[in-house]
Design a protein around this ligand. Structure first.
Ligand SMILES: Cc1ncc(C[n+]2csc(CCOP(=O)(O)OP(=O)(O)O)c2C)c(N)n1
Ligand SMILES: CC(=O)[C@@H](O)[C@H](O)COP(=O)(O)O
Ligand SMILES: [Mg+2]
Length: 600
């Protein structure tokens, strides 16, 4: 890595000639393939922006000029060029390099949110601030993918940039024609027409949409031709108005295994064999997503009214099999979760039952649509929230830790949290039968546990373990049910008797559960969701409203942004494991039992 070893910071790039730059690009690609094949990560997106990122850092002067990466999953090259190459060994691992920009890592990083379609809004704000502060010599460069550009927020920002006409904003459109799969929609078709360039018949090149908004447009430029990108960026930098530089790139460029991958060009890989690109080892066991995927195919065959909606994540959310089995009944709306929800309300108003499959963290973006379009209209539709709870290596903006808190606020909306494959299938079908309200199911990333049999029922809740003495009543929500069950086993060894319930439908909470709580000395809730406003908060309110004063302790995710690590490491870090849960419950019980026993 002769050339790469000479790069400590972006300024070091300025002295390199064309041959050295070509060699550097090759060394960076080799480094990415070697390291990311060992750590896992967004290999394809980063292989696609090697020349682009080199050019940006040669033309602009980071951090005086601010470089923003929309979504941020394609910032590994930026990290290599800003002195972090050696840390790639720990990419996305506990205490290692984040998979996204991180202000704690470098002054060259300024935004950390991994939710798409935000960069142009940051750029608009930054440019206005620099103007008001008289720092008009600072440029703001926003790297935005064609997928991110399908998000509505990006157009809200462009609308404002076109109005404010900041002379120092450069939008680098990284157009590889894909999100995971090929990007969909009219915008994607427009970009394809621009990529194709002027048709021989008519000499006029198609005017870019951006030009109709009053923005300058340069392109299409071959995003892998360093000279061409640098030339375009120099022009953009010197133009006294906002410019969109349309760069055409290939996701996975320079790595045949990625470039030939039909699914998603190695958008996000696990540990792979760098020589072949094949996964080194499976995670073992079935994923929650695959259980949902298979059940949806069956449901689709039984109910012609069931359709599905995805926000540019057909395969990641498990709807690809449904799409293949039931053509024309899956709608990919692009990275547009707000539209996904409200267009689903439209599907429902039209007589269908839509299933909107979305990662829990991205539902945050559609809060108002779920509340005011789905819940207000009591729309029969079903949200299926994958990656709910701690996700792990994608870090704080990817943990799906707020959905239960947000959904609990919504009048009429019903939420289920399956504990295993059998309850996922059952609760999905129960949700699809609801005709007077929206429903939601939520389950975590990773491998689904073996089915956990119930030993009884308590209203709609499953009894998983029954105490002889009504000492501790534990409500284990969804994926936390097996954790609560194991903790109850540890408590039994300590002589503390615990009943374990899986509420199944967490909202509304069944009155029978509230009544049962009155018989116990301590109630405990455990959930893979924020402690604020989650199931625990609702249980507390329902108990007090019912005049039940049994002491209560809620376990969940603290109100903190939690750094990347494996899911298990993050859960251990916040005490959401059986041993620590049992110890905390035992401590609480021994301190409160006398009070509880006297029915205080
Ligand atoms: C709001 C939101 N929805 C979904 C995602 C999941 N996601 C991450 S990257 C990606 C595709 C991005 O495509 P593009 O912007 O074209 O970047 P590329 O990977 O092609 O470089 C998606 C859908 C996200 N990060 N944020
Ligand atoms: C960047 C992004 O939002 C997604 O690509 C995410 O990294 C995928 O996460 P999973 O690996 O859990 O599907
Ligand atoms: Mg793309």
């Amino acid at each position: 890595m002769a050339v790469l070893d000479s790069i400590r910071e972006p300024h070091d790039l300025r002295v390199l000639g064309r041959e050295a730059l070509r060699e550097l690009a090759a060394e960076i690609r080799q480094l990415l393939i070697d390291r990311v094949s060992r750590t896992g990560g967004h290999l394809g997106p980063n292989l696609g922006v090697v020349e682009l990122t080199l050019a940006i850092h040669r033309v602009f002067d980071s951090p005086q000029d601010r470089i923003l990466f929309d979504t941020g999953h394609q910032a590994y090259v930026h990290k290599v060029l800003t002195g972090r190459a050696a840390q790639l060994d720990g990419l996305r691992r506990k205490d290692g390099l984040s998979g996204y920009p991180s202000r704690a890592e470098s002054p060259h990083d300024i935004i950390e949110n991994s939710h798409a379609s935000t960069a142009l809004s940051y750029a608009d704000g930054l440019a206005k601030a620099y103007r008001l502060r008289g720092e008009t010599d600072r440029h703001v460069v926003a790297v935005v993918g064609d997928g991110a550009l399908t998000g509505g927020m990006a157009w809200e920002a462009l609308n404002n940039i076109a109005a404010a006409r900041p002379p120092n904003v450069v939008v680098v459109l990284n157009d590889n024609g894909r999100s995971y799969a090929p990007t969909v929609g009219g915008l994607a078709e427009h970009l394809a027409a621009l990529r194709a360039g002027p048709r021989p018949a008519d000499d006029a090149a198609p005017r870019a949409l951006f030009e109709h908004l009053g923005l300058r447009y340069l392109g299409p430029v071959d995003g892998h031709d360093l000279d061409a990108v640098q030339h375009a960026l120099h022009r953009a930098r010197d133009l006294p108005e906002p410019v969109v530089v349309h760069c055409v790139t290939r996701k996975g460029a320079g790595y045949p295994a990625a470039e030939q991958d039909e699914a998603d060009r190695f958008h996000s890989v696990g540990v792979i064999d760098p020589a072949t690109g094949r996964p080194r080892s499976g995670t073992g066991g079935r994923s929650w997503t695959s259980v949902f995927a298979d059940e949806m195919v069956k449901v689709g065959a039984e109910r012609a009214d069931v359709v599905a909606v995805t926000a540019a994540m057909l395969q990641p959310v498990g709807l690809d099999a449904f799409a293949a089995a039931h053509p024309g009944r899956v709608f990919d709306v692009g990275i547009a979760e707000q539209h996904a929800v409200t267009s689903a309300v439209g599907l429902s108003l039209g007589g269908l039952h839509p299933v909107v499959a979305i990662y829990a963290t991205f539902l945050n973006r559609a809060f108002d649509q779920v509340l005011m379009d789905a819940a207000l209209h009591r729309t029969p539709m079903t949200l299926v929230l994958d990656r709910a709870g701690i996700t792990g290596n994608d870090g704080p903006s990817h943990h799906g830790m707020w959905d239960l808190s947000l959904l609990q606020l919504m009048p009429g909306l019903r939420v289920a949290a399956p504990r295993d494959a059998a309850t996922l299938r059952a609760e999905l079908r129960e949700a699809l039968k609801v005709t007077d309200a929206p429903t939601a199911l939520r389950f975590p990333k990773g491998t689904v546990p073996p089915d956990i049999p119930a030993v009884g029922r308590c209203g709609t809740a499953d009894v998983l373990a029954h105490a002889t003495d009504p000492e501790v009543l534990m409500l284990g929500v969804g994926a936390m049910a097996p954790v609560a069950l194991r903790a109850a086993g540890i408590l039994a060894e300590l002589g503390i008797d615990a009943t374990v319930l899986d509420p199944r439908w967490v909202t509304p909470l069944d009155p029978a559960v509230v009544a049962l709580a009155d018989e116990y000395r301590l109630v405990v809730t455990v959930e893979d969701n924020s402690r604020c406003g989650g199931v625990g908060s609702v249980v507390a309110q329902e108990l007090r409203d019912a005049g039940v004063h049994t002491p209560l302790r809620n376990f969940g995710i603290p109100r903190r942004f939690l750094a990347h690590a494996s899911r298990a490491e993050v859960l251990d870090g916040i005490g959401l494991n059986a041993d620590e849960l049992a110890a905390a419950v035992a401590d609480t019980f021994t301190r409160t039992a006398p009070l509880a026993w006297q029915g205080v």
